[in-house]
Design a protein around this ligand. Structure first.
Ligand code: NAD
Length: 416
């Protein structure tokens, strides 16, 4: 595994569970040391136990040395693919990984299969990664180097369970042998395996996230109209979700989506469509709704009090529960606007405070939800952590709930 983040580490350890031997490579020495000491650098349910188990069994290790690749048969590229300002994806880490891999593969005598697992814009594997590998290795892709694209659909918070129980596996391979090699890794799985080209596999991943993000922005827009009409959107979601053509998943209205994938992948789709001279109307609206949605919480708050000089408790910094990931968390725009409007901000999160502090060091971090709420003039709920569901936590304080976590005496929901 090249890259020891959420995807590289989880995938690597899950392949150990399936009986493979794995080495995870990363350019950050500190991460490598932590992993080898049995301490995952990220919080993910069950990850520490799995890491310690496979370190002890000698099936798994982390390394900063690319040379380790020479002892392996298959390399997964699992590096980050962040966004540029215009929404297109920054492929510099993919390029570095492909450069280093290709250079090493020049020395390898047996066939090696390279699999792109990072989420990348369609055409990247065949038109960007393949030429780099060929140039650096002096070998031909499809002959002595196998190449495939195998997107990952795990969700942070339930990553291990998701990886081990997938709805389907998507494999895009450049040649039949690579298809067979990647297929063999998943042969114990009881789920459909879809064989496509690498470019189709890349599009399936981006389109998958675009479809899920679209459902969220759609129900949020419906929710905003419901709120104005005095309707509880949760009843509406239940009603439409029972239509077999619609289904119940991803119909939870709230403060919008965040995380390392949805915003980035939708923006990647928009940038690529524009590059092709196409107008991505729907996806642009998905992003527009998502940017406006968290700020509605502030408008609701201002119906009840003037913000200047008040103290607002913000509960929840992770972009969703059961993770410490704050990338694109909707708490950022909400806190920024509160501060601009002259309010003081206290925050709490059971797992994500250290990560959030790196971006916003100057707000008050409370050691518990109770301490956060104490002395605040009002409370905003931004993440659906179970510990925020106790109405006793709030007494008769004004609570504006962005996630539908609780019902208190003095309460407003974002869309109900
Ligand atoms: P991450 O930022 O948590 O991890 C990436 C790791 O790659 C980092 O540890 C970084 O140090 C390392 N790295 C960067 N360049 C390297 C190089 N040249 N050699 C070795 N290591 C290098 O990212 P992530 O969340 O694991 O995501 C990885 C990819 O998978 C992204 O494309 C993402 O969109 C996609 N993805 C993520 C998720 C998710 O839930 N996080 C789910 C599906 C797909």
């Amino acid at each position: 595994m090249i890259g020891t983040g959420y995807v590289g580490l989880v995938t690597g350890l899950c392949f150990c569970e399936l009986g493979d031997d794995v080495v995870c490579i990363d350019i950050i020495d500190e991460k490598v040391d932590m992993v080898n000491a049995g301490n995952p650098p990220i919080f993910e349910k069950g990850l520490e136990e799995l890491l310690r188990k496979h370190l002890a069994e000698g099936r798994f290790r982390a390394s900063a040395e690319y040379d380790e690749v020479l002892q392996t048969d298959i390399t997964f590229i699992c590096v980050g693919t962040p966004t540029y300002e215009d929404g297109s994806l920054d492929l510099r880490y993919v390029k570095d990984a492909a450069d280093d891999l290709g250079t090493l593969l020049r020395r390898k005598r047996t066939r090696h299969t390279v699999v792109v697992k990072s989420t990348v814009p369609p055409t990247t594997t065949e038109q960007f990664v393949a030429p780099i590998l060929q140039k650096r290795s002096g070998k031909k892709v499809g002959k002595t180097i196998g190449l495939a694209m195998n997107p990952e659909f795990l969700r942070e918070g339930s990553a291990i369970e998701d990886f081990l129980n997938p709805d389907r596996i998507i494999i895009g391979a450049s040649d039949p042998k690579s298809m067979q090699v990647v297929r063999s890794l998943y042969e114990s799985f009881d789920c459909p395996i879809i064989e496509v080209t690498p470019t189709t596999a890349e599009m399936i991943k981006v389109a998958n996230n675009a479809a899920l993000a679209t459902r969220i922005s759609m129900i949020n827009e419906i929710g905003n109209v419901c709120k104005a009409l005095g309707i509880d959107v949760r009843d509406v979601a239940k009603g439409i979700g029972m239509d077999a053509r619609i289904g119940p998943a991803f119909l939870k209205a709230g403060a919008g989506f965040g995380g390392s994938c949805f915003p980035k992948d939708v923006k990647c789709f928009i940038a690529q469509a524009k590059h092709l001279g196409l107008e991505p109307w729907v996806m642009q609206s998905v992003i527009d709704v998502n940017e406006a949605q968290p700020l509605r919480l502030i408008a609701l708050l201002e119906k009840h009090l003037k913000l200047r000089g008040k103290t607002i408790a913000v509960l929840g910094l992770a972009f969703k529960p059961e993770t410490d990931d704050v990338r694109e968390s909707r708490s950022f725009p909400v806190i920024e606007l509160l501060l601009r409007k002259g309010a003081g901000v206290k925050v709490h999160d059971p797992k994500a405070m250290a990560n959030f502090k790196q971006f916003m060091p100057d707000i008050h971090y409370s050691e518990s939800a109770k301490a956060c709420v104490r002395g605040a003039d009002a409370v905003l709920i931004m993440t659906e952590w179970p510990e925020y569901a106790d109405p006793k936590l709030y007494g008769d304080k004004l609570v504006i709930d962005g996630r539908g976590v609780v019902k208190t005496k003095n309460y407003e929901g974002i869309c109900w």
